[in-house]
Design a protein around this ligand. Structure first.
Ligand SMILES: *[C@@H]1O[C@H](CO)[C@@H](O)[C@H](O)[C@H]1NC(C)=O
Ligand SMILES: *[C@@H]1O[C@H](CO)[C@@H](O)[C@H](O)[C@H]1NC(C)=O
Ligand SMILES: *[C@@H]1O[C@H](CO)[C@@H](O)[C@H](O)[C@H]1NC(C)=O
Ligand SMILES: *[C@@H]1O[C@H](CO)[C@@H](O)[C@H](O)[C@H]1NC(C)=O
Length: 289
């Protein structure tokens, strides 16, 4: 164990990989269970080059002679080098993979280049959906409140609204999960888009205001009236059903009670008959004999 640590330390010292405080790291953003690519920002290919990759100052992998030797067990099956070791792909990211990665390039035992990355791992952004509420609708326009909602709330989510007319480019409109829009009738071809993002991922949802506003135009109070009538009908059905069911139950109970009473009247007669059979006249006389 100690030999192992000394070995790693000597590699680190020999490679001069230890990262100094206050160094600026290239920001890299990854998504859980997906992959991330760490790439040298400058061209460093050529024969006789060696690369040392580290994670949190612990040696991760060593690349030389077109061969990758993975030293850190946690990454054993998840590292994939390419471009002569100047690109490192990490598969199946976990939250624990977040941290500082560094790479140094050596030739003939001399360090010629070094850079480092700050990897942050995020949860994927959930798919958003739009909730709309028409605040005012008249023939001269439509005022809508739009809310961009997500089914779960991982941290670091932000919201951007964009709009466009027909096939034009999207224009920035607003930020925040809720926005409001006021439209003249001749602008209702407008499409509104909400993008939910964190630094690593983004998803969007869009709708045309025509859909939103015309839904409202076609279903003002008429539909509400129909709905109210449906509710009344349902209540009426429930009441009628309850009355019929209770009446049925009452009559059934009454019939049962009547039958039970009739049975009770019959029972004593049977007992009398039974007594007669059990004690026939003259039987006592036989015993006495
Ligand atoms: C990544 O995870 C999936 C299942 O979650 C697994 O099938 C696959 O083999 C893993 N890939 C690596 C390189 O570990
Ligand atoms: C790495 O990036 C994260 C998120 O951007 C930041 O909070 C953290 O301070 C950075 N770490 C270093 C060592 O720069
Ligand atoms: C929409 O809102 C604007 C400003 O809030 C108002 O002047 C306009 O009358 C509203 N239009 C409708 C159709 O409600
Ligand atoms: C919205 O998301 C789709 C994939 O769902 C993507 O193809 C499209 O480019 C995104 N649009 C914008 C403007 O980001």
């Amino acid at each position: 164990m100690i030999g192992h640590i000394v070995g790693i330390l000597s590699i680190l010292l020999a490679a001069n990989l230890l990262i100094s405080e206050g160094q600026v790291h290239l920001p890299v953003y990854g998504i859980i269970n997906q992959e991330v690519v760490l790439r040298l920002p400058v061209d460093q290919t050529g024969s006789g080059l060696e690369m040392y990759w580290t994670f949190q100052s612990i040696i991760l992998a060593h690349f030389s002679n077109n061969q990758m030797k993975i030293i850190n067990e946690k990454f054993m099956t998840r590292l994939e080098p390419s471009d002569s070791g100047t690109t490192l792909r990490i598969h199946n990211l976990t939250m624990e993979d977040a941290g500082i990665y560094a790479v140094s390039v050596h030739t003939a035992g001399r360090k010629i280049y070094q850079t480092s990355y700050n990897l942050t791992v995020y949860e994927p952004v959930p798919s958003p959906y739009l909730r709309t509420e028409v605040m005012g609708y008249r023939t001269d326009g439509c005022n809508v409140t739009l809310q961009c909602s997500v089914p779960s709330h991982p941290s670091h989510l932000s919201y951007t609204w964009k709009y466009r007319h027909q096939d034009q480019e999207y224009q920035l409109y607003d930020s925040g999960s809720t926005t409001q829009i006021s439209l003249a009738p001749d602008h209702q071809d407008m499409e509104i888009l909400c993008i939910v993002h964190n630094p690593a991922d983004h998803k969007n949802v869009s709708s045309t205001l025509q859909e939103i506003c015309s839904d409202h135009a076609n279903s003002p109070d008429i539909e509400k009236g129909i709905k109210r009538r449906y509710y009344l009908l349902i209540v009426l059905y429930v009441v009628v059903f309850t009355v019929i069911a209770s009446a049925g139950w009452y009559f059934m109970k009454r019939n049962k009670r009547r039958k039970a009473e009739e049975n009770r009247k019959e029972e004593p007669q049977e007992e009398v008959a039974y007594t007669k059979i059990k004690h026939p006249p003259g039987k006592n006389n036989d015993n006495k004999v």
